[in-house]
Design a protein around this ligand. Structure first.
Ligand code: NAP
Ligand code: GLV
Length: 316
C-alpha cells in the first residue's frame, strides 16, 4: 500500500456520487473516496473501484486497481466490456436487502396476476361491482423460477410459504425445502411445461441471453404469465407481444428492457396486458453497499479470501 492513503473511486452516474460517497467515507475514514467525473485524480492512484455500468475500456485505464466492486447483483454491465481487466477480481453485491426487495416485487406481481387484480382495477374505473370468482387456488398455480441463486432461492421460499407449488431451474441442482429443483438444458422443457407463472431471475450471460423467446413461450401452458425482473437482454420483446396477442400468454410484468430507459415509442408502455416498471424491482441500498465494499476492502488489505467473487468464465 506504500505510505499513501487507500483510494476508492466511485464510478456512478453524474449527480449520484453523494449518496454513495457519504456512507463509504464514514465506514472508510482512512481512505480517499473520489467520484469519477467530479473529482480530479491520477488513474494509477486508484486502488479500488465501485461501478455498475462502466464506460467500455474505462476500467482498463486504472492500472493499479486491485478489486472491482459491482454496485449491483448483476455484473453483465461490467463483464460485457471487451477490455475488462480479467486478472482483477470482480466482487458483486450480495445482500439480504436486495434479495428481500426483489422477492417482494415478484410476490406482489404473482399475487396481482393470481388474484386477477387488474380485472378489479378496470371494474373500479367502470364503477362496476362484480365478484369475479377466484378460479384457481394457490396450490394449483405453479410458479417456475428461472434462476435459484441468492435472489431466486429467497423468492422461492416466500412463494412456497404462500402455498404456491414452486420449481426452480438452475445450472446445478439445489436442495431447498418445499421447492422442486430442475437443472440444465435437458430439464428445461419439463420445467417450462409445468410453469403457470414463469419468473426470470437469471444473470445475463451468453447462455441466458434471449432465453425468454417464442420457443420458450410455446412450451409454457396456454395462458401462462411471465415476469422478467432480471435483465432486458433475457427477453425478445417482439416474441412476448406476439405470444400475448395470440393468447398463448395471458400477460406479463416487465421491470427490465432491451433499451433502458424504455423508449417512449415502445409498444410495451401501452399494451393492455403488460405491466411496466422502470428497473426498480430491487435497488441497491447505498448503506448496505458501503458496508459490503468496506468489508471487501478490509478483507483484501488483510490478505483474506474475498467473498462473492464473480467467476468470469461463467459470466456471473
Ligand atoms: P446468483 O446468486 O448468481 O444466481 C443466479 C442463478 O441463475 C443461479 O441459480 C444459477 O445456477 C442460475 N444460472 C445461471 N446461468 C444459468 C444457466 N445457463 N442455466 C441455468 N441456470 C443458470 O444471482 P442473484 O444474486 O440471484 O441475481 C440474479 C440476477 O437478478 C442478477 O444477475 C441481476 O441481473 C438480476 N437483478 C435484477 C434486479 C432488478 O432490480 N430488476 C435487482 C437485482 C438483481 P447455479 O446456482 O447452478 O449456478
Ligand atoms: C440491479 O439490477 C442489480 O443487478 O442489482
Amino acid at each position: 500500500m506504500g505510505n499513501r492513503s487507500t483510494t476508492l473511486l466511485l464510478d456512478v452516474p453524474p449527480g449520484w456520487a453523494g449518496r454513495w460517497a457519504e456512507p463509504l467515507k464514514a465506514l472508510l475514514p482512512d481512505a480517499v473516496v473520489l467520484a469519477n467525473g467530479q473529482d480530479d485524480y491520477a488513474p494509477e492512484r486508484i486502488d479500488y473501484v465501485a461501478t455498475f455500468r462502466p464506460k467500455p475500456g474505462f476500467l482498463k485505464t486504472l492500472a493499479n486497481v486491485k478489486v472491482v466492486f459491482s454496485l449491483g447483483a448483476g455484473v453483465d454491465g461490467i463483464v460485457s466490456d471487451p477490455d475488462y481487466p480479467k486478472a482483477i477480481p470482480l466482487v458483486r453485491f450480495v445482500d439480504h436487502t436486495l434479495a428481500r426487495d426483489l422477492a417482494q416485487y415478484v410476490v406482489m406481481h404473482v399475487l396481482i396476476h393470481h388474484r386477477a387484480q387488474r380485472t378489479f382495477d378496470a371494474a373500479q374505473r367502470r364503477r362496476e361491482w362484480r365478484q369475479h370468482p377466484q378460479f384457481v387456488p394457490a396450490e394449483e398455480r405453479r410458479v417456475g423460477l428461472l434462476g435459484l441463486g441468492e435472489i431466486g432461492a429467497l423468492t422461492a421460499e416466500r412463494l412456497r410459504d404462500l402455498d404456491f407449488p414452486v420449481t426452480g431451474w438452475s445450472r446445478t441442482r439445489k436442495s431447498l425445502a418445499g421447492v422442486a429443483s430442475l437443472a440444465g438444458m435437458s430439464e428445461l422443457p419439463g420445467f417450462l411445461s409445468g410453469s403457470d407463472i414463469l419468473v426470470c431471475l437469471l444473470p445475463l450471460t451468453d447462455e441466458t441471453r434471449g432465453i425468454l423467446n417464442a420457443k420458450t413461450f410455446a412450451q409454457l401452458p396456454k395462458g401462462a404469465f411471465v415476469i422478467n425482473a432480471a435483465r432486458g437482454g433475457h427477453l425478445i420483446e417482439e416474441d412476448l407481444v406476439a405470444a400475448i396477442d395470440s393468447g398463448q400468454l395471458s400477460g406479463a410484468t416487465l421491470d427490465v428492457f432491451q433499451t433502458e430507459p424504455l423508449p417512449e415509442t415502445s409498444p410495451l408502455w401501452t399494451h393492455p396486458k403488460i405491466t411496466v416498471t422502470p428497473h426498480i424491482a430491487a435497488i441497491t441500498d447505498p448503506m448496505a453497499a458501503a458496508a459490503s465494499i468496506a468489508a471487501g476492502i478490509a478483507a483484501h488489505r488483510r490478505g483474506d479470501v474475498l467473498e462473492n467473487v464473480v467467476d468470469l468464465s461463467r459470466g456471473y
